[in-house]
Design a protein around this ligand. Sequence first.
Ligand code: APR
Length: 309
Amino acid sequence: MGRNKVTVIGAGNVGATTAQRIAEAGLADVVLVDIVEGLPQGKGLDLAEAAPVVRHDARVTGTNDYAATAGSDVIVVTSGLARQPGMSRDDLMAKNAGIVKAVVEASAPLSPNAVLIVVTNPLDAMCHVAMRASGFPRERVLGMAGVLDSARFRTFIAEELGVSVVDTSAFVLGGHGDTMVPLPRYSTVAGIPITDLLPADRIKALVDRTANGGAEIVALLKTGSAYYAPAASTFEMVDAILRDRRRVLPCATLLKGEYGVDGLFVGVPVVLGSGGMQRVIEITLTADERAAFEKSAAAVQELVAKLPA
Ligand code: APR
């Protein structure tokens, strides 16, 4: 039995950093694909040449040709345009929908059993595009957003309280964007809800910073968007799937009646392991949380309605 194989489409910042993490953990062989000639080959070779020093033996290759991706266990889609300053995730939609459709149509038939992880924004809408283009069941089409959003929330909680990020846990629901729904009563430090540790106005400030976490990085970088935390978050999902860890992680998944939503990709906690999404974990929401969740789902619905047929 060979090592697992992961295809990473888009050899830009998020894609290359994700490839690096997967390879350096020895988790899988990685095939990097990009439309730009030489880019995936160059980054693939550079990553392969780091292997003797890092002391891993995963193979990393780069290509413009999808033939090399055949038989992948996981396909990570990061191809697209990154957000520029002043550009909302929504502005990107038409361009990225075309790119995601093309790369999924090229890759999915060659890896018919793969789990697709979508990273390209606007995330929830791109999940719909990927699902349609692949014909895969919902278990095998997931979006990476919730892990990143909760990582940001955890960072801010830890900073506010002067405690280790390791002891924090955060619960985030909804679409990836300004309408995301962090759940403070399920966000904890060593199991203690932050609602017992922080006043409401401080929690609100942390929640707002989390919802604007992507824009905060874009404003600082000026020429691109976040990639270290997005790549780390994508890696966590790939690791959960390939090692059947059954991690409980917030992911964008196609809801079929759960949380009162049918036929929309929205971020909710799922059990992630072999075969992808094994189960949606449903919790009872308070009236306020439900209203925020419905608003978030409506924002996703609005974007999906604008997708080209
Ligand atoms: N096929 C393959 N690769 C493509 C295609 C295509 N049709 N179109 C674009 N790409 C590649 C680009 O050539 C580029 O190398 O996708 C890569 C994107 O990389 P970056 O511009 O560095 O963007 P990055 O920061 O990695 O973000 C990628 O992830 O977090 C999201 O919002 C972000 O949607 C963006 C995506």
